[in-house]
Design a protein. Structure first.
Length: 372
């Protein structure tokens, strides 16, 4: 799913667009015991309660594609009888009316979700009549091209509110505030099936994680049946390792700066595209060649990429680029440069020593003091 497709589904979480038919929930305590379950028609909820759920569902479809929102494809064996995709299909098709399927789903989550405190599992079923679009992209409200039937799961921590004082308007007094259990914004969740090309894609699921570096591989494998991809941080570390190993002893500042500049140029050129820029093995190889890496240095590149990223794996450009920082470090000095002006820094040999040379135009400050 791309950003536009995610936003289209997010817009359904409002009173005027609501396509939710049913909501189910299960409250789990810190000992992994199911303490409460609920099943309701969503439209039967009080208005204020429905608004709070809308906010949770919007959070489950928030963040950056490739970091917080990760497209995952089901392996073929998971689409067979007994696979996770086949189970999610049955759960969706039941419209959350099958109590045994719901119990099985809750048990899967409780068994695999790693969290030492209380949490609330929310599951909704929705049916969205996808409006057709004219050639110039305008929606036709009365013309539905297809129906997108889906389920959305949100997992929310439940914590005690902080102790403190509160104003009681009825008694006109400042009093001790009663602490209660509060359902917080979701930290994990998923949308199934994925919404791609404005239609259901049952071969994919969109996974949400509040913290990009905490994917919970066992949960992903056990509940979704997908292979856990590299996190955003792991992608960056892997890319840096590939570049370092490829350059070897011939690594130099100019080539690394070229890689930085060329990668950010590629991101800038693709920023209007709906899909995030993904780099395949061939794309990364072209990037290195364009940046001045010698052909003989790329002899082991293919094998290393296949081993660390995967034969058909890709790296998200926004995960491996440093668009906001350009930092040069030695054991004793750290230099931070405007990423767009990395050309101001170069390396030279002066009196037999390697030195960083920084071009200064008309302004220089040291600890806030202007230097003439």
């Amino acid at each position: 799913m791309n950003k536009k497709e995610v936003l289209e589904i997010r817009r359904q979480f409002s009173p005027e667009n609501c396509a939710i038919t049913r909501i189910c929930g299960c409250y789990v305590d810190h000992e992994k015991e199911k303490k409460m379950e609920m099943k309701k028609a969503f439209l039967s909820l009080p208005e204020e309660e429905a608004f709070k759920y809308f906010d949770i569902f919007k959070h489950t479809l928030s963040g950056t594609i490739g970091k917080n929102l990760i497209n995952m494809e089901f392996p073929l064996d998971q689409e067979l009888n007994g696979g996770t995709q086949e189970f999610l299909m049955r759960l969706k098709d039941s419209k959350l009316q099958d109590d045994l399927l719901l119990e099985e789903f809750y048990d899967k989550v409780v068994e695999s979700y790693e969290y030492g405190e209380n949490y609330y599992i929310i599951l909704i079923h929705a049916v969205y009549d996808v409006p057709g679009k004219t050639k110039d992209g305008l929606e036709m409200e009365d013309a539905s091209d297809t129906v997108y039937e889906h389920i959305l799961c949100s997992i929310c921590p439940v914590n005690l509110t902080k102790a403190g004082l509160t104003y009681n308007a009825q008694t006109n007094n400042i009093e001790d505030r009663i602490r209660d259990w509060f359902v917080e914004a979701p930290v994990k969740g998923f949308l199934f099936p994925a919404f791609q090309d404005r239609a259901a894609d049952v071969h994919n699921v969109l996974y949400y994680t509040k913290k990009p570096e905490e994917l919970q591989p066992y949960f992903v494998e056990h509940v979704l049946g997908s292979t856990t991809p590299l996190t955003a941080g792991d992608q960056k570390t892997t890319f840096q390792a590939i570049v370092s190993d490829t350059l070897g002893e011939d690594s130099n500042y100019e080539v690394v700066r070229n890689i930085h500049d060329n990668l950010n140029e590629m991101i800038e050129q693709a920023k209007e595209e709906p899909e995030p820029l993904e780099l395949s093995k061939t794309d990364v190889k072209k990037l290195l060649t364009r940046s001045g890496v010698a052909e003989e240095k790329l002899e082991s590149f293919d094998d290393e990429f296949d081993e660390t990223v995967g034969v058909h794996g890709t790296l998200l450009a926004s995960n491996i680029a440093s668009a906001k920082t350009f930092q040069i470090e030695t054991p004793d000095v750290v230099v931070k440069v405007n990423p767009e002006r990395a050309d101001l820094v170069e390396t030279r040999e002066i009196d037999g020593r390697r030195c960083l040379v920084i071009a200064i135009d008309d302004h220089l400050e040291v600890n806030g003091i202007e230097i003439n």
